[in-house]
Design a protein around this ligand. Structure first.
Ligand code: FES
Ligand SMILES: [Fe+2]
Length: 380
């Protein structure tokens, strides 16, 4: 097997080739070695647009959410001027975490010694600082992080020099809006989380191909017409879309117009899946959150027209929870065990020119982004 110096050329990733037809998959150790995991946290999550929440949690001035991005605690807050801002979630006095969870506050008050901050990050009060010579409040503003929204979803990027999400994500927002024109009216209706025994890339790999669908997801093949399913790769995202099968579905029954017959799903680099299922207007977030080298948390957020799902929508949620997720988690966890086998290191991608449901070119595209980021930002 040839060792290919991939893309930016610094670190050879053995067997990886920019041509999906020639390339091997990522070596097994990339899916479990702690040093690779630590490298990824910096090289991938430290430089990418990472999902942190929905604008529905940030409707009014003072509303805030918190999130962990790479190893950093981040705070996103809406200011009095209606702008969203993000900051490192750390008090500038002696580094106590400033806020926890989510909420709404006129000023942010540190729970340790009660320094307070405005929602725009300026230090407001520091008890006793009037006794100090040359204490300059401007020196102790919260440290900003970049924030952007896309289709009402909120993203932050720890890299001050990264190209904007709008630039990088191209037509993704308009694609999603095409599948769900009602997206601006949707609210959070349900959250489901699953902790799985698998590396986050293993989980994303599984999302990115439907080569396994005929084998492992008979109800999904019955819901979505596999002959219409196509995966198309773009700069930092891939689209995986098709139409419903027009047959009675074992997955769940749904009614509605032509829009309701479509299935759309996307993977936005590095770890956010977005899905629109057939039926009443909906958008699902499926976030593959790395918890450790071999642990991933799946966070599903179901956005619907009401926070009370209809019986039909409850059936759809139940199908995703009890059937689709159960099937996929078993696959990913089995692969994770297999990656440790002394009888395995790398496989090949099955790809076809038609970019059909049986092609794994989007997995290769994702591996290319992993290789590129690891090369760009140092070595393990
Ligand atoms: S650490 Fe926040 S006020 Fe002291
Ligand atoms: Fe699957």
């Amino acid at each position: 097997m040839a060792t290919v110096t991939a893309l930016t050329g610094k670190t050879p990733i053995e067997g990886f080739d920019p041509d999906p037809q020639k390339s091997y998959t990522l070596p097994a150790r990339y899916y479990f070695e702690p040093s690779v995991y630590a490298w990824e946290q910096e090289a991938i999550f430290g430089h990418s647009w990472c999902y942190v929440g929905h604008v529905g949690s940030l409707k009014e001035p003072g509303c805030y959410i918190t999130a962990k991005v790479a190893d950093q605690n981040i705070l996103v807050i809406r200011g009095k001027d209606d702008n969203l801002r993000a900051f490192y979630n750390v008090c500038q006095h002696r580094a106590h975490e400033l806020v926890k969870g989510s909420g709404q506050a006129k000023v942010l008050t540190c729970p340790y010694h009660a320094w307070t901050y405005h929602a725009d990050g300026r230090l407001r009060t520091a008890r006793g600082s009037e006794n100090l010579p040359n204490f300059n409040k401007d020196e102790f503003c919260l440290k900003p992080v970049r924030v952007e929204t896309m289709a009402n979803f909120v993203f932050v990027n720890l890299d001050p020099d990264a190209p904007s999400l709008k630039t990088q994500s191209g037509a993704l927002e308009s694609e999603i809006r095409g599948y769900c024109p009602e997206i601006d009216h949707l609210v959070l209706a349900r959250v489901m989380t699953y902790d799985i025994e698998g590396n986050w890339k293993n989980s994303v790999d599984n999302f990115l191909e439907c080569y396994h669908c005929h084998v492992a997801h008979s109800d999904f093949c019955d819901l979505v017409d596999m002959d219409s399913y196509r995966s198309i790769c773009h700069d930092i995202y891939s689209s995986h879309c098709g139409r419903s099968s027009h047959r009675a579905s074992k997955a769940y029954q749904y009614s509605g117009d032509a829009r309701a017959q479509k299935f759309g799903s996307w993977l936005l680099w590095p770890n956010l899946s977005i899905e629109v299922f057939p039926g009443a207007p909906n958008v699902n977030i499926f976030h593959h959150v790395p918890i450790g080298p071999e642990k991933t948390r799946h966070v599903f957020e179901f956005y619907m027209e009401s926070d009370m799902p209809t019986p039909e929508q409850e059936d759809a949620i139940r199908y995703i929870d009890e059937v689709l997720q159960a099937e996929d988690i078993a696959l990913v966890e089995s692969v994770q065990r297999g990656l440790h086998s002394k009888g395995y290191n790398q496989g090949r991608f099955i790809v076809d020119e038609g970019r059909t449901d049986k092609s794994e070119h989007a997995v290769h595209h994702f591996h290319g982004l992993v290789v590129d980021a690891l090369n760009r930002y140092g070595g393990a």
